[in-house]
Design a protein around this ligand. Sequence first.
Ligand code: G1P
Length: 270
Amino acid sequence: MPKEMLNLVDKPLIQYTVEEAIASGCTQLVIVTGRDKSPMEDHFDVSYELERTLEDRNKTELLELARSVADLASIAYIRQKRPLGLGHAVLVTKRLVGDEPFAVILPDDIVDSEKPAVAQLAEVAERYEAPVIGVIPIDGPEISRFGVAAGEEVEPGVFKITKMVEKPKFEEAPSNLAIVGRYVLTPDIFAHLEATGADTRGEIQLTDGMQRLLGERPMYARVLEGTRHDGGDKLGYLLATFDFALKRPDLGPELIAFLRERLARIDAER
Ligand code: G1P
């Protein structure tokens, strides 16, 4: 099963991604898939067998839910035939994206915020008529797990980028602004991705392509509001699950009671 189909409480990660894109005003979605990723396509498809069963059993609420998933958006799927990195994954969408600004969302990065993350970026992109990437401050060695953007703050939380580097050593990181998986880009990125060579791991990095684009036009970084979880990491995924479940009126109270009881037991055993 692709990791994008892992459930966060009761919806797969990819559905949060799709919902964020729609809530941010995206009208056409492209999901880059690969080997073994077809369950994603099925998830957003009409499920006749399921609908029939639910109809027969008069499960109206669940039926509505199943139908609403299929009606979410117009989604195109394109396969990335070889795992050549994020920059390459973006590049395979070139023809489908065409000549318009577009957003990139990585399902692993969960951003839980009142205003959807892509909408936060789009607002800045419109104001400056420039590409904008989402960042969060990370102090300490963990920064080297991210692309890093450095720049000059032009308004609270918005930086005019001077440099971007993919996964620098902690000592060499040009700032504490870690790039999280949200980008609003312009189609001129594609030519730069085509010109970007593979790195030492054999991957084409989006960060490297963006650094090239920076030589040509201003770009901005916006510190995202909200809570970010790393859904691609075991602990991060677990924390996200608790965080989302604790907020749910149907699950939160019992989960809190369970956690209280467990914590009391742990304390007593100490
Ligand atoms: C990718 C990007 C990196 C970014 C990260 C955010 O890396 O290449 O710049 O900081 O996503 O999650 P990955 O985590 O796919 O290695």
